[in-house]
Design a protein around this ligand. Structure first.
Ligand code: ADP
Ligand code: S3P
Ligand code: MG
Length: 179
């Protein structure tokens, strides 16, 4: 099985669902944000503060390319698809799953102080600006291979829906190296 990449806006559940999915599939989970944090020895927030967003995007792109291409679940950060070459890399190497979530639901999940303070993209923006970012990014997310709606579903239910969709794929679709 090629690597499964989870994409979508902040708060759609990539990190939480990815952990559940990796357990179900019995493969290791890799969170791109955690990989970057390990690589740099500091938190995402600190990287944004001291090195800026552009440099963070370079680390993020590098981390995506360092992670295994097989037998893994990779949880990306919400902005990973902003660089189109990242999305085309992931689509080329594995299966890209978009956890589609409406803006009001995302906003509700992200308003929790714990969640908000972890995410530098939220700290300097108004609700309208975050919504505009969501609008700009949606067209990238929609280029994924599989779309799963998460509104009104628990993380366990979202994970179950992913497994059902994966079960419907054939061996060739699951393993792109097989011709
Ligand atoms: N399907 C869901 N239903 C309810 N809460 C969710 C769901 N998915 C994620 N959350 C909550 O939203 C917050 C952000 O989740 P997280 O997995 O970190 O998202 P992401 O990695 O996509 O930014 C967490 O508090 C998490 O518990
Ligand atoms: O949307 C973004 O630009 C970001 C999303 C974050 O990941 P999550 O989507 O897991 O919150 C993290 O990569 C960083 O704070 C930037
Ligand atoms: Mg995450």
């Amino acid at each position: 099985m090629n690597t499964i990449y989870l994409v979508g806006f902040m708060g759609c559940g990539k990190t939480s669902v990815g952990k559940l999915l990796s357990k179900q599939l019995e493969v290791p989970p890799y969170d791109v944000d955690s990989t970057v944090e390990k690589l740099r020895g500091k938190s995402i927030k600190e990287i944004f503060q001291s090195e800026g967003e552009d440099t963070f995007r370079n680390y993020e792109s590098l981390a995506i390319r360092q992670l295994p291409l097989e037998h893994a679940v990779v949880m990306t950060g919400g902005g990973a698809v902003v660089r189109e070459e990242n999305l085309s890399y992931m689509k080329d190497k594995g299966i890209v799953i978009y956890l589609k979530t409406s803006f009001p639901v995302l906003w509700n999940r992200l308003m929790n102080e714990e969640e908000r303070k972890k995410r530098p993209m939220l700290l300097t923006r108004t609700k309208e600006e975050v919504q505009a970012l969501f609008g700009e990014r949606s067209k990238h997310y929609e280029k994924c291979d599989i779309e799963i709606v998460t509104d009104h579903f628990t993380t366990e239910e979202v994970c179950h829906q992913i497994l059902e969709k994966l079960n419907r794929l054939n061996t060739k679709q699951l393993d792109k190296t097989k011709k």
